[in-house]
Design a binder for this molecule. Structure first.
Ligand SMILES: [Zn+2]
Length: 405
C-alpha cells in the first residue's frame, strides 16, 4: 500500500459566531473530506508536545512521528537544508529576518514583506561587509534568511520578531542562557547593530522609503540550532523505500530533506491562496507512481487564519477539498496498488486569535477496505467521536503506516 498525507496548514479553528457557532471545517462545503471521514476512521492528534511552541515546524515534525525533544534544533537548521546549506558539526544556524526598525522601535518582522530579489541584494551586501570565516549570511525567501556561525553556542534567549511588533528592540537583543554562550550572544548583538549602520543608507532602502515602503534596515537572528539528528522516514518505516514532499514553505521542505524525502518543485506553488493546486496534485500523483509515500503540504489556510479572514479561510478549506483531496481520491481510488489517504492540519490557526494554538487537531485516515467508525463529517467536533481517540507522539504515523494490516 502507498501512502499520501494531505496537510492543510492551520486549517483547524474555533467555533465562529457569524457561522452559527460552527467551526470553519464544520461550515465549509467539503464533500470529499466528509466522505473520506465517513468511509474511513477518525481521531485527534496532539501535534505540539509539552514545552514546545505551536510552530508549523514543531507540528509538522510531530505529524511525521518525530520525537521533538530529541530532534528539534530550531528553524534555522531546517531552513538551511531547504536552501541547500549542509550544516557541518559545530556550525550553528539561525533564522535571520530582515526587519524594519524605526528609531528604537522594532516596527515589523518582515520589512513589509520585502521581495526575495531585493532582500538578496541586502543579504549579499551584509555578507560582503560582515561575513568572515566564522560568520556567513545566506539568502532565503522574502524576509526569511539564514545566519550560520561556526562554533556558535545555541544556549541563547532569542525573541521571535513577529511576537514583538512595535516594541523597543534593545531590551530584546540576544541574551546568553549560560556563561559559555555569552561570546556568541555578544557576537550576534554586534552583528545586529552593525547591520543597522550598514543598511540604513543603502540605496535599495532609500528607494523603498521614497516609494513609501518599509526599509529592511536591520537583521534579527533567532531560533538557533545545529544539524538535527533525525532518522529518515525509511529508517523508521521500512515500507517507505522512497518518498516525496511537496510544499512551498522552507521549513517543511527542510523537514523533508532530513526525513530523506525528495523535495519536488512545483511551478506556481506560492504558499498563498493563489497557489497552483492543480500542479501540486499532478506532482503528488506523479510521485505516487514511483514513491511509497507523499507529503503534500498546502499553506493557504494558515495565512488566512493569520489574517483573521473567515471568508477567505473558508475558501481555502473548500479549495483543499475540491482541488486537492477530491482529485487525488478520484485518481487513486481504483489503483491496483491501493493508496491510503490521511487528511489533517498541523495545528489550529483560529481566525479569532490570528495565531497558532496547541489544541489537538482532527485527522482522518482512509484506504480501501478500512473498517469505518461512526464519524460522518470531517471537522474538529466530529473527530472527537473517532475510534482512534486522541493520539500523540508517533502514534498517528504508526497507525497510518500500518494501515495495510
Ligand atoms: Zn502551520
Amino acid at each position: 500500500m502507498k501512502h499520501i498525507i494531505i496537510l492543510g496548514d492551520g486549517m483547524a479553528d474555533w467555533p465562529v459566531k457569524s457561522l452559527g457557532d460552527k467551526t470553519l471545517l464544520q461550515y465549509a462545503k467539503t464533500p470529499y473530506m466528509d466522505m473520506l471521514a465517513r468511509m474511513g476512521r477518525n481521531g485527534r492528534l496532539q501535534t505540539v508536545a509539552e514545552g514546545f511552541h505551536p510552530g508549523s515546524e514543531v507540528a509538522n515534525l510531530s505529524v511525521l512521528g518525530y520525537n521533538l525533544p530529541k530532534v528539534y534544533e530550531g528553524r534555522g537548521a531546517l531552513e538551511a537544508a531547504s536552501i541547500g546549506i549542509d550544516l557541518k558539526p559545530g556550525e550553528m544556524a539561525m533564522r535571520c529576518n530582515l526587519i524594519c526598525v524605526e528609531g528604537e522601535i522594532l516596527k515589523n518582522h518582515s520589512s513589509g514583506h520585502i521581495t526575495t530579489e531585493e532582500a538578496d541584494v541586502l543579504i549579499q551586501y551584509l555578507q560582503e561587509k560582515l561575513g568572515s570565516d566564522r560568520v556567513t549570511f545566506h539568502t532565503g525567501v522574502s524576509y526569511r534568511h539564514l545566519l550560520v556561525i561556526k562554533g556558535g553556542n545555541k544556549q541563547l534567549d532569542c525573541t521571535p520578531p513577529h511576537d514583538v511588533p512595535l516594541h523597543p528592540f534593545r531590551p530584546l537583543l540576544v541574551k546568553p542562557l549560560t556563561p559559555e554562550a555569552k561570546e556568541t550572544a555578544d557576537l550576534i548583538n554586534e552583528l545586529i547593530l552593525k547591520s543597522q549602520d550598514l543598511l540604513k543608507d543603502h540605496p535599495l532602502n532609500l528607494k523603498r522609503i521614497a516609494e513609501g515602503k518599509d526599509p529592511a534596515n536591520s537583521i534579527w537572528p533567532w531560533s538557533p540550532g545545529y544539524r538535527p539528528k533525525m532518522e529518515t522516514l525509511s529508517d523508521t518505516f521500512p515500507q517507505i523505500k522512497s518518498g516525496s514532499v511537496i510544499s512551498a514553505v522552507d521549513l517543511i521542505r527542510g523537514i523533508g530533506y532530513y526525513a530523506g524525502l525528495h523535495r519536488l518543485d512545483v511551478e506556481g506553488a506560492t504558499g498563498l491562496y493563489d497557489t497552483n493546486y492543480e500542479n501540486k496534485v499532478a506532482a503528488a500523483l506523479e510521485a505516487l507512481k514511483t514513491d511509497d509515500f507523499v507529503y503534500l503540504h498546502i499553506e493557504a489556510s494558515d495565512e488566512a487564519g493569520h489574517e483573521g479572514d473567515v471568508a477567505l479561510k473558508l475558501k481555502t478549506i473548500e479549495n483543499l477539498d475540491s482541488r486537492a483531496v477530491g482529485p487525488i481520491y478520484e485518481a487513486v481510488k481504483d489503483w491496483k496498488e491501493p493508496v491510503a489517504i490521511a487528511v489533517l492540519p498541523d495545528h489550529p490557526t483560529p481566525c479569532e486569535l490570528r495565531t497558532h494554538t496547541s489544541d489537538p487537531i482532527p485527522f482522518l485516515i482512509w484506504y480501501p477496505g478500512i473498517t469505518s467508525d461512526s464519524v460522518q463529517t470531517y471537522d474538529e467536533v466530529a473527530a472527537c467521536e473517532g475510534d482512534y481517540g486522541v493520539l500523540k507522539g508517533d502514534e498517528f504515523m504508526k497507525e497510518f503506516m500500518h494501515s495495510n494490516q
